[in-house]
Design a protein around this ligand. Sequence first.
Ligand SMILES: Cc1cc2nc3c(=O)[nH]c(=O)nc-3n(C[C@H](O)[C@H](O)[C@H](O)COP(=O)(O)O)c2cc1C
Length: 257
Amino acid sequence: MSANKGAAVSALDFHRTTYADAAMLSDWAMLPVDQWPDEWFTYNEKSFPRLERVQLQVPEAPPSGLGREWLARRASSRTALDQMSLAALSQVLWYTTHSDPPEEYAPGSWHRPYPSAGGRLGCEFYVIARTVEGLAPGVYSYGTARHELHRLRPAATEPMLRFVFGDGWVTKTCALLVITLSMDRLETKYGERGYRYGLIEAGAASQTVSLVAGAASIGSCVLGGFADVPLGQLLFCTPESEVPVATIAFSLIEEER
Ligand SMILES: Cc1cc2nc3c(=O)[nH]c(=O)nc-3n(C[C@H](O)[C@H](O)[C@H](O)COP(=O)(O)O)c2cc1C
């Protein structure tokens, strides 16, 4: 049964009407923090003054299980990382996309360490490598089933990256991971509602990337600030069927927070 309720615009139309371009990125980046409007700092937490309240105790320490290190390193860091190794990149890609230990993994398994609506696996992963020791600079598509990188383009130059990501530290860091959505895979089951599920999946996958990177002592910053059209072109995405929705820049982890 279709979840579409006679939508006025399609999911892709909505996606396109919210494109950013290089000019918008530079506008956002150029406005100094002391000139940000008050609304950008306002956080209105919902409150229920007339309802009964249960006061929760602030915990003394995070739970001591496996996720403890991850919790401590959750936050964004925004300092360019000069270099990362191919082994570290490989770890991040594997543990973001494989739930089974390598020896038990069967190609085609759809279980991943992030949720995916209906197991439709809407996310595709790309790597823009600048300075990854052991890997030629370039733009790569990640093949999850065989755990391999396919080189789509030689190095993305700094002017090219500035055009896509603006002028800051992002263009100087060692590598970026881009998540796109395969609209076909999502819409086959869910129609245009599949786009919503894709965004949720991409958010969860981004968090998994950050957590695995953090466990490998690599910082990260999730980026929504990119120029949509040139990024899609850089990755050879067919605009009708595959759209970039998130980028994770690898960065220098900040130990003291
Ligand atoms: C959807 C989304 C888009 C974001 N885009 C950017 C971005 O383009 N540039 C950036 O520096 N940070 C970006 N961030 C990171 C947020 O700015 C950051 O998480 C927030 O300021 C809180 O800081 P913290 O993560 O260090 O606690 C983005 C985060 C999300 C969830």
